[in-house]
Every structure is written in structure tokens, then in C-alpha cells.
Ligand binder design. Structure first.
Ligand SMILES: C[S@@+](CC[C@H](N)C(=O)[O-])C[C@H]1O[C@@H](n2cnc3c(N)ncnc32)[C@H](O)[C@@H]1O
Length: 511
């Protein structure tokens, strides 16, 4: 008898299937424990080349967690004795019925899909390394359901997790972002063009009991025509690729076929006050800013844009990293040539991994802005820090900021690491980089000399703004440049304002 197709479970068998998933959870199978057990500093560091090392060193003690990791994450084989140690007969039957487990004539068990821990959420998908022996594909199917990759984690860790009404996850794949949003959204719609991916998302929703996830097969916004959402997430196929072999990866020769249409659709589908977050890669040209390209795709819609640059790849390294040919070196070099040629034709010097965040702009805070930051990896749970960047931009753009400052106290937003760059042998001003320490989204910011002085003056207790002006005056800094510097530090989240509690100032304010 052939094994049933993976990712299908009929309603009658859902309770037994969920019991089997609970058994996996009970082994301690969550992101932090799996990461620790494999000796990784971050789960995104998992490498197939290290499989023998994980197995021999980290999983040598074959307890239930080790067996579950070997089976569902490392695509390993476990013996019938080990399988019985991990699952009772009912659980084994449920996993076989759901197409997740196969047992050969010798009783050796292998998983037919992988299970990725993302925080406390578990996500089934096709195997991350389909070319490994078992299943040992030569040609990877075009509709392979993408496993949870580093890009999936980056989006998951930066999504703003505030309670929302309607949430849309485009290009849902395994449904990882839809599942994560299910706990803070009233309604979740997950869309994928691939019926296999849609089936996998539905299956994951059944496994986790997320009853508010609706799944639709379709091309981007087509299944939600005319609807608006408070939160939109997307991890589209983005690779500028000379081939079209993987549906989850290849974004046409420019890489932009899908991402451009998603961004063009945001003005029609993002609700007022909503937030859209896209993780992707963009080819960067020397003579064009990414911001201008995004504004062009938005078609003039007034949105504020945050670009978090996560990783930069040279075009050469990118071509080598994507070339195929396995152990046929001639074929491999031909493939490098074809990838590099495509990137050159597109005019890309670099490929940048980015998180793009869009919100409707509020005219009360001036014209729409774009802000670009270099973030440091790995990221931790940083959704609230993404939200804080938008709040800081609004605060610094308040039309009455000067008046507000005059009646406020200012203080550093937390401990700050300051790196000074002294320009030896040059007439240029010295420059410094500041980084707020202990943040989930570490970002280094350049300071001009006045910003640096102002930040240094804020040692200790919060300062009344007029006091700060007095101290700055002693350093020959004029009032206007101190206002400008504090505004800039506020915008970048390095400084916070608190209401002035001093009764003298409060009286002045009333007058
Ligand atoms: C990079 S994978 C992302 C999977 C998942 N969201 C994640 O973050 O791990 C991209 C997904 O987009 C889907 N896709 C490609 N073109 C699409 C389109 N035009 N409309 C909807 N989904 C599409 C693919 O089938 C694939 O599942």
C-alpha cells in the first residue's frame, strides 16, 4: 500500500492527530530547547552539512527530545524500538494516516515532512533538504512547501504583535505567519497560489487548533478583492533568478515579479492605522535608491516606509550561492555564469535582505517619510521595537515639538554604547556611532558632533530642557542646533521626553 499524501487529515481523525502532536510538544520540542539541544546560538544557524555532528554529539543520548529532533528536524531515521519509545501505537497510526511517517520493512521510521519550532509554535512543511538521501529528490518539485527559513524567522520576530481585527498573510507557504498571528488577530486569511502550500497551511491550523485561520488558493490579493486588513505579512518569492524551478523562491529575472505586485496592492488592502510587513531581498543598483523604487510601486500612495537592511550579499557571492550542479563542476560553473549574467543584466551590484514596513502616513506629522536602518543579526522578538520606530518618527515630527520640548524633561532612552571616530589628518568633524544597548533590534546610528555633545550632557537624572540648553550654551552650542539635535535623537529613539513635573515650569506653561 502506498503512503497517504502528506498534509491531509480528515475531521474525524483530527483529535488523534492532535494527540500525536501534543506528544511531540511534551518532549520539549520548542525553539529554545531545540536550539539549546543542538548547541546553536540561533535556530537559523542549523546546517545540513553539520547533520552528522549534531547526531553524534548533541543527540548521542537518545531521549525523547533527541528522537523527535532527529526524526522531524534532521530528516533522520529511527529504529522501531526508538519509535515505540517516542510514540504509542495510536500516535504512530495518526502520524501515518496524516502522511507524516513511513516505516519500512525493517521497521525503520522516517518522517515524510519536517516540523519546525518557531517560538512555541510548531509548523509542518516539506523537508528543508529534499536532496538528502530519503527522499533523495534529483529534481525538487516546483510546488515544494518551503520549510521555515531564516527569512521566515526574521519576519516572525519583527512582526508587530498587537491585537488586530483582520490579518492577511500573503504567500503563506507552510502558513507560519498566519499561525503566529492567529493568537492576536480575530480573523486570519492565508493565501498561496500553490494548492499544496494551502493544504499544508490548513493542516498546520488543524494541528495547532487555530480555528480563526481561513486558507485560500489564489494569486496574491485576488481571493480578498475589496477587503482591507489591519496587519498584512508577506514573504514572497524574491530571488532574481535566471530559471523558474522553485515556486517558493524564483521571483523572475529581476526578483520583483511578486514583491512589486504586493506593494502596489497595499494601498487597496491596508486598513487605516494598519501595518504591512514584508521580508524579502532586493537587488540594489548603484544609481537608484531602494526607497525610490518602493515609492514607484506604491504609485504615490502616502505611506511611511521603514527599510531594515538585514544582510548584504555581493552579486558575485549571490551567484555562487545559488548556482546548481551538485558535484558536476562543469555544470556548476555554467550555472554560476548564468546567475551572474542575469544579475549583471539587471544592473544589480548587491542583493540586500530587507524587512519592509509600511503604514499610512498621517498628514498631521508632515509628508510621508522613508527611513532606512542597518539592523544587526540575529534578531530577537522585535515587533514592539519596530512599532517604537514609527512612534518615535511621529513624536519628532510633531508640529509643536519646540514648545513641547521647552516644557519637558529629556533623558537617554537607556544605556547607550558610543563609538567615537576621530578623523586623523582631516578637516572633517569627528563623528560617532551610538547604539542603544540591550535591544532586540540592535541598530547603530551615526551622530553629528552636536548630537554627540547633547547625548553626553544627558548623564544621570532626566534634565529639564532649559537646563540642557544652559549646559549646551557653555559648550558654545546655540539653542537652534540643540533643538535640532534633540529632535534628531528623539526620532532615532536614543532620547525620551517626560512631562516636566517642576511646579515653576508647570506655572510658566499655564501662562
Ligand atoms: C518564500 S515562500 C514563503 C513561505 C512562508 N510564508 C514563510 O515565510 O516561510 C513564498 C510562497 O509564495 C507562494 N507564491 C508564489 N507566487 C504567489 C502568488 N502570485 N500568489 C500567492 N502566493 C504565491 C509560493 O507558493 C510560496 O509558498
Amino acid at each position: 500500500m502506498t503512503d497517504p499524501a502528506p498534509f491531509l487529515v480528515d475531521d474525524a481523525h483530527v483529535p488523534a492527530f492532535r494527540d500525536a502532536v501534543s506528544r511531540i510538544v511534551s518532549t520539549g520540542y520548542c525553539e529554545s530547547l531545540v536550539r539549546k539541544r543542538l548547541g546553536l546560538s540561533d535556530i537559523t544557524d542549523l546546517l545540513w552539512r553539520a547533520l552528522p555532528i549534531y547526531r553524534a554529539q548533541q543527540l548521542a543520548v537518545r531521549d525523547a527530545l533527541a528522537l523527535a529532533i532527529d526524526l522531524f528536524l534532521l530528516q533522520g531515521a529511527i529504529s522501531s524500538v526508538e519509535l515505540d519509545q517516542l510514540f504509542n501505537t495510536a500516535d504512530q497510526d495518526a502520524l501515518m494516516r496524516a502522511g507524516l511517517l513511513s516505516i519500512d520493512d525493517r521497521g525503520v521510521a522516517r518522517a515524510r515532512a519536517s516540523l519546525f519550532p518557531v517560538g512555541d509554535c510548531l509548523v509542518f512543511s516539506d523537508h528543508a533538504w529534499p536532496k538528502l538521501p530519503h527522499p533523495g529528490c534529483v529534481d525538487i518539485p516546483h510546488d515544494l512547501v518551503m520549510s521555515v527559513g531564516a527569512d521566515s524567522h526574521w519576519l516572525a520576530r519583527t512582526t508587530v504583535r498587537r491585537p488586530v481585527g483582520a490579518m492577511l498573510d500573503l504567500c503563506t507557504g507552510s502558513g507560519v505567519h498566519a499561525l503566529l498571528a492567529a493568537s492576536h488577530s480575530q480573523r486570519v486569511v492565508a493565501v498561496d497560489i500553490s494548492p499544496r502550500a494551502a493544504r499544508c497551511t490548513r493542516f498546520n491550523a488543524q494541528a495547532s487548533g487555530a480555528a480563526n485561520v481561513e486558507v485560500a488558493v489564489g494569486d496574491l490579493f485576488e481571493p480578498v478583492y475589496g477587503e482591507r486588513f489591519d496587519l498584512i505579512t508577506a514573504n514572497p518569492p524574491f530571488v532574481p533568478s535566471p530559471v523558474d524551478s522553485l515556486g517558493f523562491r524564483d521571483g523572475g529575472h529581476s526578483g520583483e515579479d511578486v514583491q512589486r505586485r504586493i506593494i502596489a496592492g497595499l494601498p487597496h488592502h491596508l486598513a487605516p492605522g494598519g501595518i504591512a510587513q514584508i521580508v524579502t531581498e532586493l537587488g540594489e543598483r548603484d544609481d537608484e535608491s531602494i526607497s525610490d523604487r518602493l515609492r514607484g510601486w506604491l504609485g504615490g500612495a502616502p505611506m511611511d516606509i521603514l527599510i531594515l537592511r538585514l544582510r548584504v550579499h555581493s552579486a558575485t557571492n549571490y551567484a555562487i550561492g545559488h548556482a546548481e550542479g551538485d558535484y558536476d563542476f562543469g555544470a556548476f560553473l555554467d550555472s554560476v555564469h548564468s546567475w551572474a549574467d542575469n544579475l549583471r543584466t539587471q544592473g544589480y551590484s548587491r542583493i540586500v535582505s530587507v524587512l519592509l514596513v509600511f503604514q499610512w502616513s498621517d498628514p498631521a506629522f508632515g509628508p510621508p517619510w522613508t527611513r532606512s536602518e542597518e539592523a544587526e543579526l540575529p534578531l530577537c522578538d522585535a515587533g514592539s521595537e519596530v512599532e517604537a520606530i514609527f512612534n518615535a518618527e511621529r513624536m519628532a515630527r510633531k508640529p509643536n515639538l519646540q514648545r513641547l520640548l521647552e516644557h519637558s524633561r529629556v533623558r537617554r532612552a537607556g544605556p547607550i554604547g558610543l563609538m567615537e571616530a576621530r578623523m586623523l589628518g582631516s578637516k572633517l568633524h569627528a563623528n560617532a556611532q551610538a547604539k542603544l544597548l540591550g535591544k532586540s533590534l540592535p541598530v547603530s546610528q551615526w551622530l553629528d558632533p552636536v548630537e554627540q555633545e547633547v547625548l553626553v550632557l544627558m548623564e544621570g537624572e532626566p534634565l529639564e530642557f532649559p537646563e540642557l540648553l544652559l549646559c549646551a550654551n557653555e559648550l558654545n552650542l546655540d539653542k537652534e542646533s540643540v533643538f535640532m539635535a534633540v529632535g534628531s535623537l528623539l526620532r532615532r529613539g536614543l532620547v525620551l521626553l517626560t512631562e516636566n513635573r517642576n511646579p515653576d515650569y508647570a506655572r510658566q506653561k499655564e501662562r
